[in-house]
Structures are given as C-alpha cells and as structure tokens.
Design a protein around this ligand. Sequence first.
Ligand code: PQ2
Ligand code: NAD
Length: 242
Amino acid sequence: MKMPVQNPLFPVFLKLENLRVLLVGGGNVGLEKLTAILRSSPATAVTVVSLTFLPALRALAARHPAVQLHVGSYADSFLEGADLVFCATDDPALHRRIVAAAHAARLLVNVADTPPLCDFYLSSVVQKGALKVAVSTNGQSPTVAKRLRAVLEAALPDELDAVLQKMPAIRKQLAGDFAAKVKALDAVTAGLAGAPATWPPPPGAGGRWPWARCWPPGPWPWPAGAPRPINRWMKTKELANY
Ligand SMILES: C[C@@]1(CC(=O)O)C2=NC(=C\c3[nH]c(c(CCC(=O)O)c3CC(=O)O)Cc3[nH]c(c(CC(=O)O)c3CCC(=O)O)/C=C3\N/C(=C\2)[C@@H](CCC(=O)O)[C@]3(C)CC(=O)O)/[C@H]1CCC(=O)O
Ligand SMILES: NC(=O)c1ccc[n+]([C@@H]2O[C@H](COP(=O)([O-])OP(=O)(O)OC[C@H]3O[C@@H](n4cnc5c(N)ncnc54)[C@H](O)[C@@H]3O)[C@@H](O)[C@H]2O)c1
C-alpha cells in the first residue's frame, strides 16, 4: 500500500539575488519577511510597496542599496518586472486580489501567515559559514521550526565551515574519474557520518566529528590532558566510546 506523503513541499535554494522581488506591506510582518530575505540574500533587488513604513524597515532598506521603497497603494503594475511576490499587509481581501493577479502572470506568491494562499513557505534557516540548513514543518508550526533551528545551530560544530572551505581544494587534488573521486570524497568525509574517516585524520580516530574538529590539522593525537572539544551528539551518544 502506498504511504501518504507527510510533507509534499519540494525544497530548493533560490539564487534570490538574481531575481526581482516585490514585497507588499511595510509593517511588522513586512519587516519580518524583508529581514528574512536580506539575511540570506542581502543584495536582492526588493521593491517594497506600502501605504506606510515602520522606521525599522526604512533603516533596514537604507543599509541595502538594492531595496527600493514605494509609498502608496498596491497596483497590479508592480507585478511587471517581478519574479517573486510577498504579501504582508493587514488586508486579506487585497492579498487574495494580489494572488489572483500574480497567478495570471505566472508568478509565485508567499502570503505571510496564510498557508492556503502560499505557493511557497519561508523556512527557519540555520547558517554556519557556507552551510545552510532550511527547516519546514509543512506549515504545522513555525514555532517548532524556530526551536529546531536553535537545536541545529547548537549541534553543528563551527569547524564544519573550515571543512567546507577545504573541500574544493581536496577535490582538486584527487586523481581518477568521477566515480573514483566520489569514492575518495566519501572516504574523507566518513567521519562526519559516524564511521572513521580514512584520510585525514589517521585511521582509528573515533567520534562523530573528529575530522571536522581537527581540520585544518591541529595536534593529533590530542596531547595527554588537553581539553577535548565535544558537542551535544557526542555527549549523548558517543562519549562512552571516545
Ligand atoms: C519559519 C518562519 C520563516 C520566516 O517567516 O522568516 C515562518 N514563520 C516564522 C515565525 C512565526 N510565524 C508565526 C509565529 C507565531 C507563533 C505561531 O503561530 O506558531 C512565529 C514564531 C515566532 O515569531 O516566534 C505566525 C504564523 N506563521 C504562519 C501562521 C499561519 C498558520 O500557522 O496557520 C501563523 C499564525 C498567524 C496567526 O495566528 O494569525 C505561517 C507560516 N509561517 C512560516 C514561516 C511558513 C511555515 C513554515 C513551516 O513550514 O514551518 C508559513 C506557512 C507561511 C509563511 O509565512 O511563509 C519564521 C521562523 C523564523 C525563525 O525564527 O527561525
Ligand atoms: N505583527 C504580528 O506579529 C502579527 C501576528 C499575527 C498576525 N498578524 C496579522 O498580520 C497582518 C499584518 O500585521 P502587521 O503587524 O504587519 O500590520 P501593520 O499594520 O504593521 O502593517 C500592515 C502594512 O500594510 C500596509 N498596507 C495596507 N494596505 C495596503 C495597500 N492597499 N497597499 C500597500 N500597503 C498597504 C500598511 O501601510 C502597513 O504598512 C495583520 O492582519 C495582523 O493582524 C500580525
């Protein structure tokens, strides 16, 4: 029997800085959405149309030269030249009109806090250097998404970014065809998934993130008595084997 799909949303990572965004509404919710957009993609060209603007939104826009503010009422003409639309006013009837006009123009729309009118949802975002993890609960609970973000932020080691920065150079050093490279990269990163990494660190190293923690190479093995970095997963699962 086919199992029902619990969450049919399809996750993607948009190059938002290559697109043009229309945001309608410059109040509290508009500020939240603009903050989320610019935190991930600060150079995005966002046009914000609103009758009024919160001072904090004006200040945020002033720090981002690609953001333009238009004082006035929404009109369908603002959809021309937009790739993506966000609605964040206090007028649900206006939101329904914007969605209809945007769909007629084949545009995708997010209506803040209104799942049935959304073509896509925003997610809670965990950022560690180049790593980005997006969390969605399929709209069931943004609060749980926010809590999970905090859990993941604390659990993922900061050193992970150093690992990511090194990976392109390591990949370049590898010889062989595509399949051989994939095999070598799997071996190098095995430590991230719990198995011992085969290169570096030296064989036999235990722990879930030993490679992440000692890259760029630090003292190995750890000098006797030196404090060893640990993380939450090690505490709960692997401390006994460490
Ligand atoms: C993740 C995040 C991204 C962002 O917005 O940047 C986000 N909401 C955030 C926070 C948040 N929003 C709300 C609260 C108050 C507490 C609560 O109600 O839970 C809190 C918590 C807080 O502020 O502490 C109010 C709210 N939001 C929605 C509804 C309607 C409903 O639930 O039916 C209501 C009730 C409105 C009302 O009652 O009137 C709906 C949506 N909110 C989504 C995203 C999409 C689903 C995401 C998913 O799949 O999980 C979706 C469907 C559409 C969308 O807006 O894109 C961001 C966390 C950022 C972070 O901190 O990490
Ligand atoms: N602020 C919150 O945390 C929160 C929480 C839950 C629900 N809500 C609901 O979300 C909605 C928005 O909340 P808010 O706090 O951002 O409200 P807000 O009043 O601060 O902002 C609404 C914005 O929409 C703009 N606007 C209204 N009509 C417009 C039009 N025709 N064209 C262009 N702009 C227009 C207004 O000028 C204003 O800037 C409200 O319905 C509110 O009840 C808000």
